[in-house]
Design a protein around this ligand. Structure first.
Ligand SMILES: *Cc1c(COP(=O)(O)O)cnc(C)c1O
Length: 395
């Protein structure tokens, strides 16, 4: 089955008991045991519920893994997966991971005796150099947020396997439609299903998938033990969002590509980050390991004043934290997702005061372009020669 067909004829669609066209919301916390000697498939809803199970089976099938898990948020999934490690372990982590992941690692996990080193995972030498005898894991996000740096999954997984590391990939930005990290050798995939998978800015949810059944058993112990499971109504919403994932991403990504090209020509824009642009540093790796470039792009208008003006002028996109929804969302990393990062460190990662991130939704692209045109209209051209403008590399 191809991807869209899988979305519609996987475990999320038919209720085997009644033939209903969507899996019912089993609003039940416990299950009657008719025979104590032969317990039923479900006993208590933290441990398992048919609605949640349908979603967990669906995401496992889409990512090509053995076991899927639905958590109360992306961060619940991510922190749950980090519980696979033990005191004394060391983990190599991509330096520009999601802000919440960075906070969890530096403020919470560090108290549990688990050490972390942040590295630029686009450099294989840097990954290799960070591995110590205590290293047990490698945690990646590709493309990264907000400058969309691309990590070569196959190459880093090869290094990781030589050192017996558990490889975890946050696949939120691309979803299994465009990228399936388990196929390149990763062991666990995590998602904020709040974003593209849910897709409608109306639910907070997280998912995880393990490549092997034995890792699945370990993660199940953690999911059931910590108890941060996704409620059944939210499971249903995520399954509903999932059915249109391909249709939504096809449209949003096509528009994102057009907008990215348009922005590269705009005199008020200094730099554009989108992996679909041939000039993007990670373009070729992205083309090799993914089947699309996704719906998120970033662009730099040169200063905080100018960025604020654009955010103020834009009428169609929401100005908000988050991404991956039916409506377009503009966000301002310097004051939103990366506000806690010291300015120097932020700027060294290309997250300048002029950087704006755009998650492209399902509006007509002509309307989005017209809105961006008027939002950028008052900005004087940035003073850059054309050569510099063509460089889409990070700072
Ligand atoms: C939003 C996000 C998360 C966190 O997910 P929540 O559902 O907000 O807990 C993790 N990783 C990435 C890449 C995200 O965008």
């Amino acid at each position: 089955m191809n991807f869209a067909t899988k979305l519609l004829h996987g475990s999320t669609t038919l209720d085997p008991a009644t033939g209903a066209s969507s899996v019912p919301i089993y609003q039940a916390s416990t299950f009657h045991q008719a025979d104590l000697e032969q317990p039923g498939a479900f006993d208590y809803a933290r441990s398992g519920n048919p609605t949640r199970q349908a979603l967990e089976e669906a995401i496992a099938a889409l990512e090509g893994g053995e076991r899927g898990f639905a958590f109360a948020s992306g961060m619940a999934a991510i922190s749950g997966v980090f519980m696979l490690f033990s005191a004394g372990d060391h983990i190599v982590v991509a330096e520009d991971v999601y802000g919440g992941t960075y906070r969890f690692l530096t403020r919470v996990l560090s108290r549990m005796g688990i050490e972390v080193t942040f590295v630029d995972t686009t450099s294989l030498e840097a990954v290799q150099a960070a591995i110590t005898p205590a290293t047990k894991g490698l945690y990646l996000e590709t493309p990264s947020n907000p400058t969309l740096k691309v990590t070569d999954l196959e190459a880093v997984c090869r290094i990781a396997k030589r050192h017996d590391l558990l490889v975890i990939v946050d696949n939120t930005f691309l979803t299994p439609y465009y990228q399936r990290p388990l196929e390149w050798g990763a062991d666990v995939v995590v998602h904020s299903a709040t974003k593209f998978i849910g897709g409608h800015s109306d639910v907070v949810a997280g998912l995880a998938v393990t490549r092997s059944a034995s890792l699945g058993e370990q993660l199940y112990l953690i999911q059931n033990g910590i108890g941060a499971v996704l409620g059944v109504q939210d499971c249903w919403l995520v399954m509903r969002g999932l059915k249109t994932l391909k249709a939504r991403l096809d449209v949003s990504s096509r528009s994102a590509g057009q907008i990215a090209c348009w922005l590269t020509q705009h005199p008020a824009v200094e730099k554009v980050y989108y992996t679909g642009l041939p000039e993007h540093e990670g373009h070729l790796v992205q083309e090799r390991q993914s089947s699309g470039h996704g719906a998120v792009l970033s662009f730099d208008v040169g200063s905080k004043e100018r960025a604020k003006q654009v955010l103020h002028n834009a009428r169609l996109p929401l100005v908000a934290v988050s991404l991956g929804a039916v409506e377009s969302i503009l966000s301002y990393p310097a004051m939103m997702s990366h506000a806690a990062m010291p300015q120097e460190e932020r700027e060294s990662r290309g997250i300048t005061d002029g950087l704006i991130r755009l998650s492209v939704g399902l509006e007509d692209v002509e309307d989005l372009l017209a809105d961006l045109a008027q939002a950028l209209h008052d900005l004087p051209p940035v003073e850059l020669d054309t050569e510099a403008k063509k460089t889409f590399s990070r700072a």
